[in-house]
Design a protein around this ligand. Structure first.
Ligand SMILES: *Cc1c(COP(=O)(O)O)cnc(C)c1O
Length: 448
């Protein structure tokens, strides 16, 4: 097979996500190439014509330990011969039990109940529904509203769009949505002269406080993406915001939902991003924690919402309708849970978080020269995510950069004019240098 064979068939039969399909058939400045991938190995993706691309974005932020990872492959082969899937209403199985126990242990036991789904948007909706329903079961049915941050992204189903504040995904569907209230973002780029990132966080928290003061009676939960608002352009913020938000939610009886679908699983340096909001030895405790993307190592669709015993007890009752009746056909899929277990085992046995410190330093060093580029703004990094904004008003910048990076054997998809790297945790020093060269070369070409 050659690239061109699959390309034509794909354009005819497959409606690709997050894509204006016409850009795949257009030529010129706004065109978007479609790359047929034949196989992957480690951090590399290969097409049918013998080209290769270093996966600088972990295949949409999901892949942690490379493509066709031998350990995850072996675990899945073993699982295939035991159980592929079983209904999780009324049945249980080893992978789902072991995964739930391990995830709860990673939260220090504070989030001891795991509810499963297959994708991130569903995890968001589960957390929203659970929060609302738990208040209702406790006689607080007025708590029906949600707060989210400006620029937040929590998924694109109609329910998740309610707490997503990204115009390009939301505006067309506005009539279908019951929107949440947005509160100021702690995005450190909004610093006024003389302000530190922690000052921006305090200013944003003051805005949150105003909302809560006035409307807490009707607010069920605040949903945040801890430390980095990824999809709206890798907006990074000071953990002080999380501490202040936690205190305010406690004071006003409002749940705090941490969406760690992108920032969880070691991305920001700690296993959970919210761990970095601990203070004076006191761990940071969300009421709900959403995980997906990296949790299965990038192998299979899986998401999970972890919550407290307090929330769980609000549903535990003789009356069926007071239970949480939400369900998905593939809830707790055995293969996906087994992939997740293999992923967690790699974290432990290979001391991944320690290794990532070195990798993150190497990434910082490789990209540091961009800091003095005249059109680069806000070069920033937290753990295994590095990003910068490009001063360009070219509406085609992102696609120009994408094409130029592909020519340099790298898969990198800017969000508008924000360029970022989010590689898998197995990139070698040479591969990091390769990404660094691809970024500076692609930037020069896209701006030329
Ligand atoms: C990707 C993402 C989602 C949605 O997950 P899907 O699996 O794409 O539905 C939700 N929240 C955050 C923070 C994400 O990055």
């Amino acid at each position: 097979m050659r690239n061109s064979d699959l390309l034509q068939r794909s354009l005819k039969a497959v409606w690709h996500p997050c894509t204006q399909m016409k850009q795949h058939t257009d030529a010129g400045a706004g065109s978007l190439p479609l790359i047929p991938i034949s196989h992957g190995k480690g951090a590399w993706l290969h097409d049918f014509d013998g080209n290769r691309y270093l996966d600088g974005i972990s295949s949409w932020w999901v892949n942690l330990f490379g493509h066709c990872n031998p350990r995850i492959n072996a675990a899945l082969r073993d699982q295939l011969d035991q159980l592929e899937h079983v209904i999780l209403a009324g049945c249980t199985h080893r992978p789902v039990v072991e995964l739930s126990e391990r995830l709860s242990a990673l939260t220090g036991g504070t989030l001891g109940h795991c509810f499963y789904a297959s994708d991130g948007a569903s995890a968001t909706e589960i957390a929203l529904k659970m929060s609302f329903h738990s208040w209702r079961n406790r006689g607080r049915e007025k708590k029906q509203d949600f707060l989210c941050l400006e620029g937040s992204y929590h998924g694109e189903t109609v329910g998740a769009l309610a707490v997503t504040d990204v115009a390009i995904f939301k505006d067309a569907y506005a009539p279908l949505i019951r929107p949440a209230t947005t509160v100021p973002t702690p995005d450190a780029r909004h610093a006024r002269p003389g302000e530190s990132p922690a000052d921006v966080a305090r200013r944003a928290a003051a805005g949150l406080e105003q909302q809560l003061e006035r409307h807490h009676e009707s607010i069920a939960a605040l949903i945040v993406e801890p430390l980095i608002q990824c999809a709206s352009g890798m907006a990074m913020y000071d953990p002080e915001y999380l501490r202040l938000a936690r205190a305010l939610c406690d004071r006003y009886d409002v749940h705090l939902i941490c969406d760690e679908i992108a920032v969880g699983c070691g991305r920001t340096g700690t296993f959970f991003a919210h761990e970095q909001a601990a203070s004076d030895g006191q761990p940071f405790k969300p009421d709900f924690l959403c995980l997906s993307k990296g949790i299965s190592g990038g192998y299979l669709p899986l998401s999970v919402v972890l919550t407290t015993d307090d929330v769980y007890q609000a549903f535990y009752d003789d009356v069926t309708a007071r239970g949480f009746l939400h369900s998905h056909s593939y809830t707790g899929n055995a293969l996906a849970c087994r992939a997740a277990l293999a992923t967690l085992e790699i974290f432990e046995s290979e001391q991944v978080l320690t290794g990532n410190k070195g990798r993150a330093e190497k990434i910082a060093k490789a990209l540091a020269p961009l800091g003095s580029h005249p059109q680069v703004r806000h070069l920033r990094q937290r753990g295994m995510i590095l990003a910068f904004d490009v001063d360009s008003d070219d509406p085609h910048f992102s696609r120009r950069f994408y094409r130029a990076a592909l020519e340099r054997e790298a898969l990198i998809r800017p969000i508008g004019t924000t360029v970022y790297l989010m590689p898998p945790y197995i990139v070698s020093d040479e591969e990091i240098d390769h990404l660094g060269r691809a970024v500076s070369g692609a930037l020069a070409e896209a701006l030329a």
